[in-house]
Design a protein around this ligand. Structure first.
Ligand SMILES: [Fe+2]
Length: 232
Protein backbone atom coordinates (compact mmCIF):
# COMPACT_ATOMS: atom_id res chain seq x y z
CA UNK A 1 0.00 0.00 0.00
CA UNK A 2 2.57 2.51 -1.16
CA UNK A 3 -0.02 5.24 -1.55
CA UNK A 4 -1.18 5.10 2.05
CA UNK A 5 -0.16 8.41 3.55
CA UNK A 6 0.95 9.25 7.06
CA UNK A 7 -2.48 10.41 8.20
CA UNK A 8 -4.03 7.10 7.19
CA UNK A 9 -1.29 5.20 9.00
CA UNK A 10 -1.95 7.30 12.08
CA UNK A 11 -5.65 6.68 11.62
CA UNK A 12 -5.16 2.94 11.61
CA UNK A 13 -3.09 3.26 14.75
CA UNK A 14 -5.74 5.35 16.46
CA UNK A 15 -8.45 2.87 15.49
CA UNK A 16 -6.30 0.04 16.79
CA UNK A 17 -5.76 1.90 20.07
CA UNK A 18 -9.48 2.59 20.42
CA UNK A 19 -10.40 -1.00 19.75
CA UNK A 20 -7.69 -2.16 22.10
CA UNK A 21 -9.20 -0.14 24.92
CA UNK A 22 -12.37 -2.17 24.48
CA UNK A 23 -10.55 -5.45 24.23
CA UNK A 24 -11.23 -5.48 20.51
CA UNK A 25 -8.89 -5.78 17.58
CA UNK A 26 -6.59 -8.74 18.01
CA UNK A 27 -5.14 -7.88 14.62
CA UNK A 28 -5.15 -4.19 15.38
CA UNK A 29 -3.18 -4.31 18.63
CA UNK A 30 0.04 -3.91 16.70
CA UNK A 31 -0.63 -2.59 13.20
CA UNK A 32 1.41 -4.36 10.56
CA UNK A 33 4.46 -2.48 9.31
CA UNK A 34 2.66 -2.00 6.01
CA UNK A 35 -0.21 -0.25 7.80
CA UNK A 36 -2.62 -2.78 6.36
CA UNK A 37 -5.24 -4.62 8.35
CA UNK A 38 -4.63 -8.33 8.90
CA UNK A 39 -6.92 -11.29 9.49
CA UNK A 40 -6.71 -12.08 13.22
CA UNK A 41 -6.13 -15.66 14.33
CA UNK A 42 -9.01 -17.41 16.01
CA UNK A 43 -8.57 -17.71 19.80
CA UNK A 44 -9.32 -21.47 19.46
CA UNK A 45 -9.18 -24.22 16.87
CA UNK A 46 -11.63 -24.48 14.00
CA UNK A 47 -13.16 -27.57 15.63
CA UNK A 48 -13.35 -26.12 19.15
CA UNK A 49 -16.95 -24.88 19.04
CA UNK A 50 -18.55 -28.09 17.72
CA UNK A 51 -21.27 -29.23 17.92
CA UNK A 52 -22.73 -25.70 18.23
CA UNK A 53 -20.71 -24.57 15.20
CA UNK A 54 -19.06 -27.27 13.14
CA UNK A 55 -15.46 -27.13 11.96
CA UNK A 56 -16.29 -26.65 8.27
CA UNK A 57 -18.56 -23.69 9.05
CA UNK A 58 -16.02 -21.95 11.27
CA UNK A 59 -13.14 -22.56 8.86
CA UNK A 60 -14.98 -21.18 5.84
CA UNK A 61 -16.40 -18.26 7.79
CA UNK A 62 -13.01 -17.17 9.12
CA UNK A 63 -10.63 -18.08 6.30
CA UNK A 64 -12.85 -16.98 3.43
CA UNK A 65 -15.57 -14.56 4.54
CA UNK A 66 -13.76 -12.61 7.27
CA UNK A 67 -10.62 -12.61 5.12
CA UNK A 68 -12.60 -11.05 2.27
CA UNK A 69 -13.65 -8.12 4.47
CA UNK A 70 -10.06 -7.51 5.52
CA UNK A 71 -8.97 -7.62 1.89
CA UNK A 72 -11.82 -5.30 0.92
CA UNK A 73 -10.95 -2.84 3.68
CA UNK A 74 -7.31 -2.63 2.61
CA UNK A 75 -8.28 -2.33 -1.06
CA UNK A 76 -10.76 0.45 -0.25
CA UNK A 77 -8.18 2.47 1.67
CA UNK A 78 -5.74 2.08 -1.20
CA UNK A 79 -8.42 3.15 -3.70
CA UNK A 80 -9.27 6.21 -1.59
CA UNK A 81 -5.61 7.24 -1.54
CA UNK A 82 -5.40 6.76 -5.28
CA UNK A 83 -8.59 8.77 -5.86
CA UNK A 84 -7.28 11.67 -3.81
CA UNK A 85 -3.97 11.58 -5.62
CA UNK A 86 -5.72 11.63 -8.99
CA UNK A 87 -8.30 14.21 -7.93
CA UNK A 88 -11.01 11.65 -8.70
CA UNK A 89 -13.59 13.05 -6.29
CA UNK A 90 -16.48 11.34 -8.08
CA UNK A 91 -15.40 8.00 -6.64
CA UNK A 92 -15.28 9.18 -3.01
CA UNK A 93 -18.96 8.51 -2.30
CA UNK A 94 -18.93 4.89 -3.48
CA UNK A 95 -15.64 4.20 -1.75
CA UNK A 96 -16.98 5.68 1.49
CA UNK A 97 -19.81 3.14 1.39
CA UNK A 98 -17.28 0.39 0.78
CA UNK A 99 -15.19 1.63 3.71
CA UNK A 100 -18.18 1.43 6.08
CA UNK A 101 -19.14 -2.04 4.80
CA UNK A 102 -15.73 -3.69 4.87
CA UNK A 103 -14.48 -1.81 7.94
CA UNK A 104 -17.54 -2.73 9.98
CA UNK A 105 -17.39 -6.28 8.62
CA UNK A 106 -13.84 -6.65 9.88
CA UNK A 107 -14.52 -5.14 13.31
CA UNK A 108 -17.65 -7.22 13.91
CA UNK A 109 -16.08 -10.51 12.83
CA UNK A 110 -13.06 -9.83 15.02
CA UNK A 111 -15.44 -9.52 17.98
CA UNK A 112 -17.65 -12.42 16.87
CA UNK A 113 -14.83 -14.95 17.29
CA UNK A 114 -14.22 -13.68 20.81
CA UNK A 115 -17.93 -13.56 21.69
CA UNK A 116 -17.85 -17.37 21.85
CA UNK A 117 -15.79 -19.83 23.86
CA UNK A 118 -15.32 -23.60 23.87
CA UNK A 119 -16.03 -25.73 26.91
CA UNK A 120 -18.58 -25.44 29.68
CA UNK A 121 -21.30 -22.79 29.40
CA UNK A 122 -20.75 -19.55 31.30
CA UNK A 123 -23.17 -17.01 32.76
CA UNK A 124 -23.07 -13.24 33.29
CA UNK A 125 -21.77 -12.35 36.75
CA UNK A 126 -20.90 -9.33 38.89
CA UNK A 127 -21.28 -5.83 37.47
CA UNK A 128 -22.28 -7.11 34.04
CA UNK A 129 -25.07 -9.23 35.49
CA UNK A 130 -26.29 -6.24 37.53
CA UNK A 131 -26.28 -4.05 34.41
CA UNK A 132 -28.26 -6.62 32.42
CA UNK A 133 -30.81 -6.80 35.23
CA UNK A 134 -30.97 -2.98 35.43
CA UNK A 135 -31.41 -2.40 31.69
CA UNK A 136 -33.42 -5.47 30.61
CA UNK A 137 -35.28 -6.52 33.76
CA UNK A 138 -33.40 -9.78 34.24
CA UNK A 139 -30.74 -11.91 32.57
CA UNK A 140 -33.50 -14.13 31.22
CA UNK A 141 -35.35 -11.17 29.70
CA UNK A 142 -32.11 -9.94 28.13
CA UNK A 143 -31.52 -13.41 26.65
CA UNK A 144 -35.01 -13.51 25.15
CA UNK A 145 -34.63 -9.95 23.79
CA UNK A 146 -31.20 -10.66 22.25
CA UNK A 147 -32.26 -13.96 20.67
CA UNK A 148 -35.43 -12.40 19.25
CA UNK A 149 -33.40 -9.57 17.72
CA UNK A 150 -30.94 -12.03 16.15
CA UNK A 151 -33.61 -14.36 14.80
CA UNK A 152 -35.62 -11.53 13.24
CA UNK A 153 -32.87 -9.58 11.44
CA UNK A 154 -34.16 -8.89 7.92
CA UNK A 155 -31.75 -10.54 5.53
CA UNK A 156 -28.06 -10.32 6.50
CA UNK A 157 -26.95 -8.72 9.73
CA UNK A 158 -26.10 -8.98 13.39
CA UNK A 159 -27.51 -8.77 16.89
CA UNK A 160 -25.16 -6.76 19.08
CA UNK A 161 -25.01 -6.04 22.81
CA UNK A 162 -23.54 -2.58 23.25
CA UNK A 163 -22.76 -0.12 26.03
CA UNK A 164 -24.04 3.36 25.17
CA UNK A 165 -21.77 5.80 27.03
CA UNK A 166 -24.00 8.91 27.18
CA UNK A 167 -26.94 7.16 28.83
CA UNK A 168 -24.52 4.70 30.46
CA UNK A 169 -26.76 1.79 29.58
CA UNK A 170 -26.73 -1.47 27.69
CA UNK A 171 -28.66 -1.76 24.44
CA UNK A 172 -29.36 -4.55 21.99
CA UNK A 173 -28.95 -3.44 18.38
CA UNK A 174 -30.20 -5.22 15.29
CA UNK A 175 -27.71 -4.31 12.57
CA UNK A 176 -28.37 -4.76 8.85
CA UNK A 177 -25.41 -5.84 6.71
CA UNK A 178 -22.48 -4.71 8.88
CA UNK A 179 -23.04 -0.99 9.17
CA UNK A 180 -26.73 -0.03 9.14
CA UNK A 181 -28.89 0.77 12.19
CA UNK A 182 -25.98 1.36 14.52
CA UNK A 183 -25.81 3.89 17.37
CA UNK A 184 -22.72 6.09 17.20
CA UNK A 185 -20.34 5.87 20.12
CA UNK A 186 -21.82 2.67 21.48
CA UNK A 187 -19.16 0.10 22.37
CA UNK A 188 -19.90 -3.41 21.07
CA UNK A 189 -19.55 -6.01 23.83
CA UNK A 190 -20.88 -9.18 22.17
CA UNK A 191 -22.11 -9.94 18.66
CA UNK A 192 -24.03 -12.71 16.92
CA UNK A 193 -23.52 -12.98 13.16
CA UNK A 194 -26.74 -13.99 11.40
CA UNK A 195 -25.53 -13.75 7.83
CA UNK A 196 -26.38 -17.07 6.15
CA UNK A 197 -22.66 -17.86 5.80
CA UNK A 198 -22.54 -18.13 9.60
CA UNK A 199 -24.92 -21.09 9.79
CA UNK A 200 -26.42 -22.29 6.49
CA UNK A 201 -23.97 -25.16 5.89
CA UNK A 202 -24.95 -26.67 9.23
CA UNK A 203 -28.43 -25.43 10.07
CA UNK A 204 -29.80 -24.77 6.55
CA UNK A 205 -32.63 -22.26 6.92
CA UNK A 206 -33.11 -22.85 10.67
CA UNK A 207 -31.52 -19.62 11.87
CA UNK A 208 -33.36 -19.90 15.18
CA UNK A 209 -31.58 -23.18 16.02
CA UNK A 210 -28.22 -21.55 15.24
CA UNK A 211 -29.01 -18.52 17.43
CA UNK A 212 -30.08 -20.77 20.31
CA UNK A 213 -26.82 -22.74 19.95
CA UNK A 214 -24.78 -19.52 19.81
CA UNK A 215 -26.37 -18.26 23.03
CA UNK A 216 -25.12 -21.36 24.87
CA UNK A 217 -21.47 -20.71 23.95
CA UNK A 218 -21.26 -16.97 24.68
CA UNK A 219 -17.98 -16.08 26.39
CA UNK A 220 -19.51 -14.16 29.30
CA UNK A 221 -16.19 -13.63 31.12
CA UNK A 222 -14.91 -11.98 27.94
CA UNK A 223 -18.05 -9.84 27.66
CA UNK A 224 -17.54 -8.78 31.31
CA UNK A 225 -13.97 -7.64 30.56
CA UNK A 226 -15.16 -5.50 27.66
CA UNK A 227 -17.98 -4.09 29.81
CA UNK A 228 -15.47 -3.17 32.50
CA UNK A 229 -13.20 -1.47 29.92
CA UNK A 230 -16.15 0.42 28.43
CA UNK A 231 -17.42 1.72 31.78
CA UNK A 232 -14.27 2.55 33.74
FE1 LIG B 1 -19.91 -13.44 9.00
Amino acid sequence: MAEMNRRELLGLGALAAGLGALGLGQAGEAPAASGEYELPKLPYGYDALAPAIEEKVLRLHHAKHHAAYVKGLNATLAALAKAREAGDLASISGLSRALAFHGSGHVLHDLYWRSMRPGAATQPEGALKAALERDFGSVEKFAAHFAAAAKAVEGSGWAILVHEPIGKRLLVLQVLNHQNLTVWGAAPLMVCDVWEHAYYLQYANDRAAYVDAFCKIIDWPGVAKRYEAATK
